[in-house]
Design a protein around this ligand. Structure first.
Ligand SMILES: [Zn+2]
Ligand SMILES: [Zn+2]
Length: 244
């Protein structure tokens, strides 16, 4: 396949994906240390120096932990909107080629990149839809709510990387404070949110593969997700990106 996404890891401990459009390699977020990312890439036969750029969704540490050391890669570009760049650089500016985007799509080496706004507790968080030679990958993590504007970006993907953060019962029965539980329900999609959406739209969507990601280590389980997958009768292949 000419356009391919590989998830190097996804949970509140760190999020990072490798997007390959033929020989062009990009990261989507960099929520692990440079060393961890280098090791994960090595297992895929990709060297750090091969990275052309990093697409940044928002400034939370589980998405940007490795950015500063990765800025030293010669010629690398960081793609982010201006508010996210400012939030990242609030403490320490990065000497890197920043490429700011708005809401319009941009084209890089034939790869069309469409950022779209998502509801999350960050300054200007986005997801990304990537189109390349007829293939479409959508990356939508840290999604507080599935709004109408989000739906076309999610349904047009052949490969959808989507959040299924927590099981509502496990979250409310967890030891977390009420404030944190409320924050999580407002900033992340529950299994119910995700599967209601997948069931409702699977007829019209172009999904071949769905990756369920940004899964909570404590407030979700493989059992819950497997039951949800079975009950949804999805025709596409569903992968659980394990945080455990
Ligand atoms: Zn976040
Ligand atoms: Zn996150």
């Amino acid at each position: 396949m000419s356009l391919r996404v590989t998830i190097l890891g996804s949970s509140s401990a760190g999020n990072c994906g490798l997007l390959q459009a033929d020989r062009h390699c990009f990261l989507i977020d960099a929520g692990f240390s440079r060393k961890q990312i280098a090791l994960k890439l090595q297992t895929l036969g990709v060297e750090l120096d091969a990275l052309s750029g990093i697409f940044i969704t928002h400034e939370h540490s589980d998405h940007i932990r490795g950015l500063s050391p990765l800025s030293k890669i010669p010629g690398i570009r960081f793609y982010a909107n201006i508010k996210t760049q400012q939030a990242i650089e609030a403490h320490k500016p990065l000497a890197v080629d920043w490429q700011n985007f708005g809401t319009d799509s941009l084209t890089i080496e034939g790869l069309e990149v469409r950022p779209f706004g998502i509801q999350h507790d960050a300054v200007d968080p986005v997801g990304f839809r990537f189109n390349y030679q007829g293939e479409c990958v959508t990356w939508a993590l840290d999604v507080g709510r599935i709004t109408d504007t989000l739906i076309p970006h999610l349904t047009q993907a052949n490969t959808l990387v989507m959040e299924s953060n927590h099981d509502t019962d496990l979250l409310w029965h967890s030891e977390r404070s009420i404030a944190l539980k409320t924050r999580i329900t407002e900033a992340h999609l529950s299994n119910n949110d995700t599967f209601s959406f997948l069931k409702k739209y699977q007829e019209q969507a172009k999904w071949k593969e769905i990756y369920l990601a940004h899964i909570s280590q404590e407030c979700n389980s493989q059992q819950c997700l497997k039951e949800a997958i079975e009950a949804a009768h999805l025709t596409s292949t569903v992968h659980i990106v394990r945080p455990w």
